[in-house]
Design a protein around this ligand. Structure first.
Ligand SMILES: [Cu+2]
Length: 122
């Protein structure tokens, strides 16, 4: 009797641990909202980013041509966007509202039109 129950118990414990270990990273990823943003002379795409207060956000920024910048002062976000690589910006929105962002690396004559907004909803 004993010889059967103990290995069974060990196997069960192992199964529970395996499920717990594999489940947690998956849950962490589900929690994040990944937003892909491309920059080129002279626009961001998308120009409106909608996120949820309290939900972690991952911005994956790429430039299609030259060096741009991503700056959202109200949310204290800022990053260079060099071409040819993906730049990641992570944040957790802690206030509701509409916050403007813009390119802050001079990229040519239409640079001042490189703007957009981050809308944080409840
Ligand atoms: Cu620019």
């Amino acid at each position: 009797m004993r010889g059967i129950t103990i290995p069974l118990l060990v196997a069960l414990l192992f199964a529970v641990c395996t499920v717990a270990m594999t489940a947690s990273p998956a849950l962490a990823q589900q929690d994040e909202q990944v937003v892909t943003v491309t920059a080129k002379q002279y626009e961001f795409s998308p120009q409106t980013i909608t996120v949820k207060k309290g939900t972690p956000v991952v911005l994956e920024l790429t430039s299609l041509d030259r060096l741009h910048g991503f700056s959202c002062p109200a949310l204290k976000l800022r990053s260079d966007i060099p071409p040819g690589k993906t730049t990641t910006v992570r944040f957790v929105p802690d206030k509701v509202g509409t916050f403007p962002f813009h390119c802050d690396n001079f990229c040519g004559s239409g640079h001042e039109h490189m703007i957009g907004t981050i809308t944080v909803t409840e």
